[in-house]
Ligand binder design. Sequence first.
Ligand code: BES
Ligand code: ZN
Ligand code: ZN
Length: 477
Amino acid sequence: MAFLQLLIMIYEYKKQLDTTKDFILPCKKDDLKSIQQFLPIAKPDFDGSFSTHQLMYGETGNRIYLVGLGEEKNASQIENTFRKFAFETQKYWEDEIQVFGEFLNEDALLKMVVGLEMSQYNIGEFKSTKEEKKEITVSISSTKNIDEILVEGKYTGETINKIKALVDAPPNIKTPEYLGDWAKKSAKEAAYKCTVLKQKQLEKQGFEAVLAVGRGSVNPPVVIINEYKGKDSEKIDIALVGKGITFDSGGLSIKPSTNLHYMKSDMGGAAVVLGVVELVAKLALNINIIGIVASAENAVDGNSYRPGDVINSYSGKTIEIIDTDAEGRLVLADGINYAIKKYHPEYIIDLATLTGSVVRTFGYAAAGMFTNNQEMAAKMSEIGFKVHERVWQLPMFEDYEDDLQSDVADIKNFNGKPIEGAINAAKFLEFFTEKHEKWMHLDIAGVSFGASPYAKMKSATGYGIQLITNFIKEKAV
Ligand code: BES
Ligand code: ZN
Ligand code: ZN
């Protein structure tokens, strides 16, 4: 039986590095001078290039790892450097590994811890291979007290790993109910409130669009409502809404079978929402937020909703179904409308793996951003660059509205044309926002799941956790 070793990292800060033991020396490109005092030779074979590392041995035979941080433009991706470094060298680590942290600013320190945590992500959770856990102390030398940064980094990395595990989980296990149970467990651990609305409640409260999408599945739909109140007031500052399609077969407008297995990741938006609420609660931020997940399985069955159907929705507006594969916008329409009517949030942000169109437009490099609020757009864009979870804005011109007019219902769910796919979906969502002035939609279909050097097939990226948490942090002052 093979064993996989996972490290449980305990982060500590210490004032002085013990240079007789193993340590990591982070180093900027062409900046060896700053660490020369620690080097056993004058000119190592190393120039600090981004995401490279070099092992040297010190006087006692201790390991000295030089880790390349690269240039200023690489600063937003330091977690990748440490993730790769730890992934490749951790089998040689003993009970303690030190880091010379003096030249790392707060952002870099945070990202380093996030990266170290991310290196412990176990994609093979469902293998019969047993895992072995080993504790290791990562002690970071600094003259400043960096305890808070270390805690934030650890929580952030842990949350990223948890939501990646959710997105990578197989769809026979990850049903809507499973997402509900995940949220309940998380709420208990991180002390926030979680309500899971099941079939009967959804019927009673009129979540007709969620119910229509879920009708063809033996796994009934749910709506999850997570509430975190960090402030002593009733006002909800930010509502997050996530698309939680646990498997998207396309429904009766069935998808081709090539790569269909990847449609287990169609709950990437939901995973971000679940993760962010948990993280914000753990960080005890001074803010009130709610996280809504509208979850269903889009399956093929005699009971499935059909193209041509006219369905109702939480908002009371009727929808003509042109394509049952445009299901994400339907569950979101209910989630968004519910969040606005019930909670009157100041900001509302929805996240969804909504369209193939956004993948064709931006590839895996950025999420599509849609909003009528330029202030929000500017802030999200700035944070996106900072944390390397980039967004890029697409227009919301009125011109696109004609395309959604239905002869038989208030709106149709697809323009039926091979153009403007991501915009068309965003315009559909806008119809259910009650003209909310601080609403943003992020289409994360390209960025939440993709190729990685750590897996043979596409897998979850963890995109969105740092982006949204940082947006919330800025409002939590
Ligand atoms: N879940 C898909 C979008 C998607 C595509 C996510 C690729 C991740 C990777 C969504 O529900 C969908 O099927 N969208 C259709 C909409 C169309 C039928 C109007 C699309 O984009 O093709
Ligand atoms: Zn679909
Ligand atoms: Zn979908």
